[in-house]
Design a protein around this ligand. Structure first.
Ligand SMILES: Nc1ncnc2c1ncn2[C@@H]1O[C@H](COP(=O)(O)OP(=O)(O)OP(=O)(O)O)[C@@H](O)[C@H]1O
Length: 340
């Protein structure tokens, strides 16, 4: 560590629709849901991350919870800036004598527009970033999975996050072709809310729906190791009173079918766009899945059946992108694909 290293702090940020992770000194130091709570009267941010999440869906009229990102991009600039600031503060909760200047690498979806890119950069700079680099999420995921992205070898990465699913073929340090769709884990959650309302006349909140997805969600109607049925509580739409019903994984698989089919279609379309030499590589290496959405039971098998290719899930899918962004941070000068 250099003499003046305390003057610069190097951080990698996986700024996601659902979760934001910060890596500092090779460690995940922040892993929080991407949400803030605001006092409507004063306009002040009163909670960031988990604390704000606990308030989500339970607020009274003076408090508003905001998810600053939608579909992988910043939807509320002011809230995003406060969220980034708040999370950076979590790294050094104690007051410091010097405010270090920040060198950051932040990942962005590959289908992002120039204006959306600018919004991420501006938010980071307003939150104290002096040297800000951007990296495309599939590239970060590939690095996080352990793929040598600079090699003349094609690899396909499917990153299913909260707001976006990104499918990219990577070779020689670049994205050769990609397909980004705004259908991912959060759409699975919304499908469950809709399904419960339609099928069971039961109104449930977003957090309960996410819990169902995690506890008994599935991409296939038949699984080798099925999860147990799950008891769901909500409001009966007919009587207005609280009610409990039990759901099975096959039922949830039906509810998620349409959204999963859209992801499958995007994978097939990315495979169709792939130059033949790289198709040959992918035939040998298979497809790599990353992102929290890829943890849905049976999703790897379903994509494998559809594409007739082997599918591998990253070791820790929720952290693959953050890990890759952290590695990129340490190699800023060597990686030609970082965006300044
Ligand atoms: N065990 C699980 N099974 C299914 N889905 C899960 C599981 N754990 C987390 N998820 C889902 O993963 C999603 C979040 O994944 P991730 O943190 O990779 O997304 P993100 O980076 O915030 O989003 P994006 O990349 O779209 O900006 C959420 O929709 C969450 O519900």
């Amino acid at each position: 560590m250099g003499l003046f290293s305390f003057l610069t702090q190097e951080i990698a940020i996986d700024l996601g629709t659902a979760n934001t992770l910060i890596i500092h000194n090779d460690k995940v130091v922040v892993d929080e849901p991407s949400i803030v709570a605001k006092d409507r009267m004063s306009g002040k941010i009163i909670a960031v991350g988990k604390k704000a999440m606990q308030m989500h869906g339970k607020t009274h009229e003076d408090i508003k919870t905001i998810r600053p990102l939608k579909d992988g991009v910043i939807a509320d600039f002011d809230a995003a800036e406060h969220m980034i600031r708040g999370m950076i503060k979590m790294i050094n909760p104690k007051k410091q004598l010097f405010t270090p200047s920040l060198k950051m690498v932040i990942c962005i979806p590959s289908g992002i527009t120039e204006v959306e890119k600018r919004a991420v950069k501006d938010s980071a700079e307003h939150a104290g970033g002096k040297e800000v680099y951007l990296i495309h999420e599939p590239m970060a995921a590939a690095i996080g999975i352990g793929i040598d992205v600079l090699e003349p070898m094609g690899n396909m990465i499917i990153d299913i996050g909260g707001g976006t699913s990104e499918i990219a073929v990577i070779a020689l340090g670049g994205i050769v072709c990609d397909k980004s769709i705004r259908v991912a884990g959060d759409d699975f959650t919304n499908d469950i809310v809709d399904y419960m309302r339609r099928q069971h006349n039961l109104l449930i909140g977003e957090r309960s729906a996410e819990q169902i997805k995690i506890e008994c969600g599935s991409a296939l109607t038949e699984l080798e190791n099925p999860p147990e049925d799950y008891a769901v509580q909500g409001r009966d739409l007919m009587t207005g009173t609280p009610k409990e019903i039990t759901v099975s994984y096959s039922e949830i698989a039906h509810a998620l079918d349409k959204s999963i089919a859209k992801i499958e279609e995007a994978v097939l379309s990315a495979l169709e766009m792939t130059p033949p030499e790289l198709s040959a590589d992918i035939y040998k290496t298979g497809l790599y899945l990353a992102g929290g959405g890829s943890m849905l039971r049976g999703l790897d098998k379903r994509i494998s059946l559809k594409t007739k290719l082997p599918v591998h899930i990253a070791e820790d899918p929720l952290r693959a992108v953050a890990r890759g962004t952290g590695i990129a941070l340490k190699n800023v000068s060597k990686l030609p694909f970082l965006i300044k």
